[in-house]
Structures are given as structure tokens and as C-alpha cells.
Design a protein. Structure first.
Length: 296
């Protein structure tokens, strides 16, 4: 597993009866890779993993590994219990995933001792390369730079961290403590350029589900130091990228997919598709951006 570049945080496609649409999951993943994406991560928050059964999760991973035929598939490992998280990690290894994105436990958030024990159990469950997911706004667990450095020192297969606190200073803090020991990825779409300038080497991206070419172009411009190109593309993209950072980000990103003809806005409950003024406002922003879509 090479922790660099753009890795798509995959949405999960559903049929009208809410069953997983495996054919589209495969098509969608291949389309993103064909447009420059370096790999995919499934079963994250954007993938509505909390609504999926264990068997559905494993089936999705199998579909992606088969569809991408060598391109890295990373399994998001999120669960209510440490036991279930460890079981999913081992299943991901068995079906051929290249790495794990290790999330803190759902619902229960407590002190460092317990949270460390949870993620460490997952990291040590397999030989797969692991990325720690730090998203305190969503999961109420905050892995500070000293915590991350401690995990890195004690777990040889922890190789990266997805930083989604929204504070770009976390990138510099982690790099100051860990150096090149860990690859730092931007985890929120609207902090990618700032994160790269602070030393991030990758992006777990959301709007890439609908706009992979623009996502890859933005990342590459930022990484190459082409500030003029990166800033211009960023200004165009930001109204859409900000959709990745609000509570209804799943509905919004799937709506963008629908607007570009690559997916459907269907979600599983308790989520519901956007309605009324909220949906109209979102469509106005999406369509205005698509009208000004840059030629790459």
C-alpha cells in the first residue's frame, strides 16, 4: 500500500429496494480509477457504513477488489464494538484489501486509554498497512499529535493518518512529531490546498465520487507547487467541496453524482434524500458550478 495521492472515499450505491447495487459499485470505482484516482476506500462515513450489515460490508470489499484488479482497495473499519471491528479487519485482509482505514468506535467515546486499545486492536489484527482516522467533530474522539506518535512508535504497520479535524495546524503538528514516519492525508475536501502546503501527501476525497478529473487535477497542482493553477481551480471547486463538511454530506455528494450522471441520490435511513428549499439550494450551487466547469 502506497499512502500517497488521491484515494476516493466511496459512496455506496443502492437499488430502489435499498439493497447494495454491486454492479454500479464496480462501475463507479473503475470510472474513478480511469480518471486518475490512485485507489479507493470503502465503508467509511460517506459509504454509509453504519447502515450496512457485516456481510454486506464484506461483499462490497469483494466487489471492489475484483473490479479494480490490483489498484488498492482500503477497507474502512468502523464498528460499535472492538470485537466486530477486528473481525471486519481480518475479513478485509482475507478478501484482498491493500490497507485499512481505522476509525474510533462508533457511539462510545471516552479517554485515551480506551480509544488507544480499540484502534490498536484493529491495527494489530492483520498484517495490512493501516491509516488512522482522526475526525473529532464526527466521532467525539480526538487523536492529538502525541497520541498519533505513540501509536506509530508501537505499531509498525501504522503508516498514515487521515486528518479531518478541520484544523490545518494538525498537519504540521503531526509532521513535527512523526516526520516521515507517517503519511498525513487531508480528510476534508475544503482543506486540501492548505494541507498540502503544510506537508500532506494525500487526500481522502469525497467530491471525487462525482468529479474525479477535477479532484486529481487540483491535488496534482497543489503538490507540484503550481499555486496559480491550484488556487484558480480551488476557487471554482470550493462551493462543491464544502458539501463534504456538513451533516448531510452523503446526500449532497450523491446528489452531485446524480447531476453528473454517475450515480443516484438514494440513501439508507435514517438519512433521507434532500427535499424542498434545501434541495433547491443545493441544486442551484451544483448547477452553477457545473456550468462553469473548467476545461482540463
Amino acid at each position: 500500500m502506497k499512502w500517497t495521492g488521491v484515494i476516493a472515499a466511496m459512496t455506496t450505491a443502492f437499488k430502489p429496494d435499498e439493497s447494495v447495487d454491486h454492479d454500479f459499485v464496480a462501475t463507479h470505482a473503475r470510472w474513478q480509477v480511469e480518471n486518475g484516482v490512485d485507489g479507493v476506500v470503502a465503508l467509511g462515513s460517506l459509504g454509509e457504513t453504519a447502515t450496512l450489515s457485516f456481510d454486506e460490508k464484506v461483499a462490497i470489499l469483494k466487489t471492489l477488489v475484483s473490479a479494480l484488479d490490483g489498484k488498492p482497495v482500503v477497507a474502512g473499519i468502523a464498528s460499535l464494538s472492538t470485537r466486530d471491528a477486528v473481525a471486519l479487519a481480518r475479513a478485509a485482509e482475507q478478501v484482498g484489501c491493500a490497507g485499512l482505514l481505522v476509525l474510533p468506535a462508533y457511539v462510545y467515546s471516552t479517554d485515551w486509554r480506551e480509544m488507544k486499545a480499540h484502534v490498536e486492536a484493529v491495527i494489530r489484527a492483520t498484517r495490512l498497512s493501516c491509516m488512522l482516522y482522526n475526525n473529532p467533530p464526527a466521532y467525539k474522539t480526538d487523536f492529538l499529535a502525541p497520541h498519533i506518535a505513540e501509536l506509530a512508535a508501537e505499531n509498525d504497520n501504522l503508516h498514515a493518518v487521515k486528518e479531518s479535524s478541520g484544523d490545518v495546524r494538525r498537519v504540521t503538528a503531526t509532521r513535527a512529531m512523526c516526520g516521515d514516519r507517517l503519511a498525513v492525508f487531508a480528510g476534508l475536501d475544503d482543506m486540501i490546498v492548505e494541507s498540502v502546503r503544510m506537508g500532506a501527501v494525500g487526500w481522502i476525497a469525497g467530491l471525487v465520487n462525482a468529479l474525479p478529473r477535477e479532484t486529481v487535477a487540483l491535488f496534482r497542482a497543489a503538490m507540484s507547487g503550481d499555486a496559480k493553477k491550484a488556487d484558480a481551480l480551488y476557487r471554482w471547486f470550493l462551493p462543491l467541496l464544502r458539501m463534504d463538511t456538513v451533516p448531510k454530506f452523503v446526500q449532497l455528494i450523491k446528489l452531485v453524482q446524480q447531476e453528473v450522471g454517475m450515480g443516484h441520490e438514494r440513501v439508507r435511513g435514517p438519512r433521507m434524500t434532500l427535499a424542498g428549499t434545501e434541495r433547491e439550494d443545493a441544486l442551484r450551487i451544483i448547477r452553477q458550478a457545473l456550468e462553469r466547469r473548467p476545461v482540463l
